[in-house]
Design a protein around this ligand. Structure first.
Ligand SMILES: Cc1ncc(COP(=O)(O)O)c(C=O)c1O
Length: 384
C-alpha cells in the first residue's frame, strides 16, 4: 500500500468491530474476564484499549516501525522514551535547537537526576564523531526540521555514526510527519511526534505518539508507559485517527501554501531573512531535497526591526492569523518563539540559537493562499 491508502486502511478491520466503518470509540476503563487467567486482548485501559490500538498500529505502519504507543501529550511521550533508554550516569547528546519544552525537561529535571545533558550543533556532521568519542552518549536526540529555524541534520549519517559508538537514536518528527520523512528507514531507533500538531491537524487534541523500530525496545517502552500511566484517551485517539486519514491531502496543501508564502516573504521590505527548507537560499535545502518528500508547512522570518515591539506590531495587525503557541492545524497561526515556546531559555542561549525578539514563526494552514498572504503582507506593512 502507498502512504495515503495505508493511512486509511492499514490497521483497521471492520469485521473485528461489528462492521463499523470507522473505528468505534471504546470509552471504557476495563474489559470483563470470564474466568481467572483468561487470556483476553484487552483488560484495563491504562494497559491497552481497542481504539488506541488502531491508532498505534496505524502509526507503526506509517513510520515503518515495530510498535506504536499513544500518550496523553507529546511531552509524556518524550519523557517515556528518555526514561526507558537513559539511566543515572548516562549522557544524552541532543540537537542544540531542540523544542523548548524538551529543553526544559532535560535542564530542569533530567540533569538533576544524574543524566549528563550535552547540547550541540549536530547540523555540522564533522562535529558529530568527536562528540560521540568525547561524551559516549547512550542516546542521541535529533529534531529535523527544527523549531523554529527549520535546521536539518543528516539523519542517515548521524545514525550510522551513533550506532558505531553504541548510542541509540531518538528523533522528533513532529514538523515533517511520516508523510514527508520516515526516520526509521534512515536508521533511527525511536521516532516521536507531538500528535497535537499535524497528525491531529485540527487543534483539538493534545497527544504524543512514539514508534519504536525493534521489538525488544518496544517491550521495555510499553512497560514504562504502563507503569507511569501517560496514555491517550479513547476519544482523542479517534480524533487523531480521523486526522491521519486526511494527513496526505492536508500536507500537500500546507506545502503548496508554505512555499508560496516563503517566496513572497523574501520580497517584503520588512523582512530581513526567511527560513524555509524549500527555498534554495536555505542552508539545508540540498539535504532537505534528498531526505524529505516535501518541505513542511512552517515558515519563520527575521524582521529587519529586531525588537519585541516590532513583532508585537505585526501580531496585533494580523487580522485572520491568530497568535497561538502551537502549529500544524488547518488554520494559519503566528508564534513569537522568544516569548512562547522558547521562553524557558536564558537570553544567552536564545541568542546563541538565533531565537531573536524579531523572529516570527508562521504555521501556514490550508486556507486560500491569497487570503493568507494578504493578511501577512498588510500586517508586515505595519512595521514599515
Ligand atoms: C517539535 C515539538 N516537539 C514536542 C512538542 C511537545 O508536544 P506536546 O505539546 O504535545 O506535549 C512540541 C509542542 O509544541 C513540538 O513542537
Amino acid at each position: 500500500m502507498k502512504f495515503a491508502t495505508e493511512a486509511i486502511h492499514s490497521s483497521y478491520d471492520p469485521d473485528d468491530h461489528n462492521r463499523a466503518i470507522m473505528p468505534p470509540i471504546y470509552q471504557n476503563s476495563m474489559f470483563a474476564l470470564k474466568e481467572i487467567g483468561e487470556n483476553t486482548p484487552f483488560r484495563y485501559a491504562r494497559v491497552s484499549n481497542p481504539t488506541r490500538q488502531v491508532l498505534e498500529d496505524t502509526m507503526a505502519a506509517l513510520e515503518k516501525g515495530h510498535s506504536g504507543m499513544a500518550f496523553a501529550s507529546g511531552m509524556g511521550g518524550i519523557d517515556c522514551i528518555w526514561r526507558t533508554i537513559l539511566k543515572p550516569g548516562d549522557t544524552i547528546l541532543a540537537v542544540q535547537d531542540i523544542y523548548g519544552g524538551a529543553y526544559d525537561l532535560l535542564v530542569d529535571v533530567y540533569a538533576h537526576w544524574g543524566i549528563q545533558v550535552v547540547f550541540a550543533n549536530l547540523t555540522e556532521l564533522s562535529q558529530v564523531e568527536p562528540l560521540l568519542q568525547q561524551h559516549k552518549p547512550a542516546l542521541v536526540w535529533l529534531e529535523s526540521p527544527s523549531n523554529p529555524l527549520l535546521r536539518l541534520v543528516d539523519i542517515q549519517a548521524i545514525c550510522t555514526l551513533a550506532h558505531q559508538y553504541g548510542a541509540s537514536v531518538g528523533f522528533d518528527n513532529t514538523f515533517a510527519t511520516p508523510y514527508l520523512q520516515q526516520p526509521i528507514t534512515l536508521g533511527v531507533d525511536v521516532v516521536f511526534h507531538s500528535a497535537t500538531k499535524y497528525l491531529c491537524g485540527h487543534s483539538d487534541v493534545t497527544m504524543g505518539i512514539v514508534v519504536v523500530k525493534d521489538a525488544a525496545l518496544a517491550k521495555r517502552m510499553r512497560n514504562m508507559q504502563i507503569m507511569t500511566g501517560s496514555i491517550a484517551a479513547p476519544m482523542d485517539c479517534a480524533f487523531v485517527l480521523r486526522g491521519i486519514k486526511t494527513l496526505s491531502v492536508r500536507m500537500d496543501r500546507h506545502l503548496l501554501n508554505a512555499q508560496i508564502i516563503a517566496e513572497r516573504l523574501q520580497t517584503h521590505a520588512a523582512v530581513e531573512k526567511v527560513f524555509y527548507p524549500g527555498l534554495p537560499t536555505h542552508e539545508h535545502h540540498a539535504l532537505a531535497q534528498t531526505q524529505m518528500n516535501g518541505f513542511g508547512g512552517v515558515v519563520s522570518v527575521y524582521l529587519k526591526n529586531n525588537t519585541r515591539e516590532a513583532s508585537n506590531q505585526v501580531i496585533k495587525a494580523l487580522d485572520m492569523l491568530l497568535m497561538a503557541p502551537s502549529l500544524g492545524g488547518v488554520e494559519s497561526l503566528v508564534n513569537h518563539s522568544a516569548s512562547q515556546s522558547h521562553s524557558g531559555m536564558s537570553t544567552e542561549v536564545k541568542d546563541a540559537l538565533g531565537i531573536r525578539e524579531g523572529l516570527l514563526r508562521f504555521s501556514i494552514g490550508i486556507e486560500d493562499v491569497e487570503d493568507i498572504w494578504n493578511d501577512i503582507q498588510q500586517a508586515l506593512n505595519a512595521t514599515l
